[in-house]
Every structure is written in C-alpha cells, then in structure tokens.
Design a protein around this ligand. Structure first.
Ligand code: ATP
Ligand code: MG
Ligand code: FE
Length: 339
C-alpha cells in the first residue's frame, strides 16, 4: 500500500509517500519559519499563499523521489484539521483534485493522530499505550486502548506547552520559534529561578501553563523596572524545570493508572532535550518502554500523516470528494471505527 500524504495545517508544506503505514519513501518539507520570523509568529494569510506556491511541485517531486509512478499510489491522504483554515484548504483542494484525477481513494486525516503515529515510523506499537502530545497548539495525554482508538484523558486548559515556550522566549529576547533557544539556555544555566508547578486537582491529567508564563513575565518586568540584569538563562532553566517536572510526572502517572505498555512522545516540543532526558531517565527507572521519534518526524511533516492514514486504509474508511477542512477537529471523533 502506497499512500501519498499532504500536510498544510500550519507553516510547513509537506508531501510524503509512505509504504504500509511505516516505511517512508519520501518526505519533503518546505518550512516557512524564515518568512514568519519577521512577524514574530505565523501569519495565516501568508501561510496559505506559500502553501499554494509550493504544494503542486512538491506532489510531483515526492512521487518521483519515492521511485514509483502516480498509478502505483493506493490512496491520497490529507490533513483535514485541526489547523489554520486557509492553510488546510490548500492541502484539501490539492489532495481532492489528485484523488479525482487519478481515481484513487481519499483519506481525511487528523493532524494530532499524525503526530502520535509518527511513532509507528520508528517502532512497533503495543496496545494499550499512552501518548504525550506536546506541540505548538496542543498539550494532551492520549490513551489508546487499541490501534487508532483515541481517548484524550488530559489536555491543557489554557496555553499549549510550545506556545508557552514561544512566549517566554519572546519575553527574554529571542525570536520565533523560541522553544529551541529556551532549551539551549536552560541546559547551559548554572542557576534556576524558582517558579511554580501547576498540578491542578490531585487526580487530574489536565495541564495549565499560562500561570507559569505570567510568573516568568513578572520576574522579567520586575528586573527591568529595577534596572537589574534579566538573567535569561536562569529564567529559562526555571521555566523548563517546571514544565518538564509536570509533564513527566503526569505522563508516568497516566501510564501506571491505565496499565499502558508503552509511552509515546510526540509533537514539536518532543525535540526538547530537557524533556527527553528527564523522561528517558524516569522511564528507565520505572521500567516503562518509551518511544520518541527522530526530530524530523516530531515537527510537522507529511510522513506522519501517511502513517495515520494507513489506519483508515486498512478499514476501507475513505472520504468523499466533498471532504471539508476542519479548523477545529476532535481527535476522538477521528478514531477508527470497529468493523
Ligand atoms: P499543532 O501540532 O498543535 O497544531 P504545531 O504543528 O504548530 O502545533 P509543532 O510544529 O509540532 O507545532 O511544534 C512547534 C513548537 O515546538 C513551537 O512552539 C516550538 O517553539 C516548539 N519547539 C521546537 N523545538 C523545541 C525545543 N527544543 N524545546 C521546546 N520547544 C520546542
Ligand atoms: Mg510548525
Ligand atoms: Fe503539528
């Protein structure tokens, strides 16, 4: 089974060919980070226009690089949501047109299911398993009783963790996307500013990062007012320690409570070295099998969309040519129907 997958939900245009949901034959990514940097964040209008410029050529190139012909394709998959509506529409129109022209089935795919199934590109998954999704727009603990069956047991009540990283980075003077800068500073720092941990109710798997972000902004503003040095690296380390402690503790508690066989880490913040190190250390101590995809499959890419779409391919659950972009799209609703 060869799935051609298209991802345009945010600021990466990506097209991939994935064999049997796990073997990546090609995975082209055109990042717009440099374009959006000047604006301090993603500008939706600009993102859509860039996707239009890139997607058609990338479709051809992805198939060519995979070493197959258009007629060898089994299906066309596309990220249906969640994401920016204008950006999603570009991918949906491209995939729908190709599906019509080639007379191949179309598979509407969920972006976060893609982030989770990026793990399938590097490991065999054993169910039940637990996924910790940490990205620019999402922070979730997702329980999977069986393949393609998603239950969101915890989510952020305010900022996503990547969003908090980007805002903290901006406050201490770093450009978008700021996560990697904060990560680097945190690991170099000799001291850490003392910042709160937000646990919410004792039994909750939910997260909240806006209070922590405000605490950082307060420290920065007070130091500025007093004319003191900001001590960016101590702030970065304090922030990262708080984030990592809460994420790791809740993820491990969830694995235990749900008797999950594996913990899957995914999303752009999975690139964070502080998070990876601490999660690896604690999972080793606790005897939990941890899977983390390589960096190229953590940030937005179409290979992960091909991996998730394969779940629907196996069940023959295809979309019609009236497939709609879904800026808000429930992961649970995308679960593969039992047949
Ligand atoms: P979503 O998948 O929720 O729609 P997204 O696709 O925009 O959001 P990703 O591309 O998965 O998000 O991740 C981007 C985020 O990851 C940014 O907020 C960026 O700052 C963050 N990030 C990248 N590298 C690191 C790092 N080393 N440490 C912390 N954060 C990081
Ligand atoms: Mg992105
Ligand atoms: Fe993403």
């Amino acid at each position: 089974c060869y799935i051609l997958a298209v991802e345009t939900s945010c600021d990466e245009t990506s097209v991939a060919v994935v064999k049997d949901g796990k073997e990546v034959l090609s995975n082209l990514i055109a990042s717009q980070v440099e374009t959006h940097k000047a604006f301090g964040g993603v500008v939706p209008e600009v993102a859509s226009r860039k996707h239009v410029e890139n997607v058609t050529l990338m479709l051809e190139e992805a198939v060519r690089k995979a070493g197959i012909g258009l007629n060898d394709l089994s299906a066309i998959a596309v990220t249906q949501g969640p994401g920016l509506v204008g950006a999603l529409l570009v991918g949906v129109v491209a995939a729908t047109s190709l599906s019509l022209a080639l007379n191949k089935p179309l598979i509407g795919t969920h972006h976060i299911a893609g982030h989770i199934y990026a793990n399938r590109l590097v490991a065999n998954l054993e169910y039940p398993c637990m996924a910790l999704v940490v990205s620019g727009g999402h922070t979730e603990l997702v329980y999977m009783k069986s393949e393609g069956n998603f239950e969101v047991i915890g989510r952020t009540r305010d900022d996503a963790v990547g969003e908090a990283y980007d805002k903290v980075a901006r406050a201490i003077g770093f450009p978008y996307p700021g996560g990697p800068h904060v990560d680097r500073l945190a690991l170099e720092a000799e001291e850490a500013v003392d910042l709160p941990r937000v646990w919410l109710e004792p039994d909750s798997y939910d997260f909240s990062f806006s209070g922590l972000k405000s605490a950082v902004l307060n420290v920065v503003n007070q130091r500025k007012m007093r004319g003191e040095p900001i001590l960016e690296s101590a702030i970065a380390r304090g922030f990262q320690e708080s984030v990592v402690e809460v994420l790791v503790t809740k993820a491990i508690r969830a694995v235990r409570a749900y008797e999950a066989k594996q913990l899957l880490l995914c999303g752009g913040v999975a690139a964070n070295r502080g998070l990876r190190q601490e999660l690896e250390r604690q999972c080793r101590e606790e005897g939990i099998e941890l899977i983390i995809p390589p960096f190229e499959y953590c940030t937005d890419n179409a290979a992960m969309i091909g991996a998730a779409a394969y779940l629907k391919w196996k069940k023959g659950q295809f979309a019609g040519l009236d497939l709609k972009a879904m800026p808000q799209f429930s992961l649970e609703a995308w679960s593969v129907q039992e047949s």
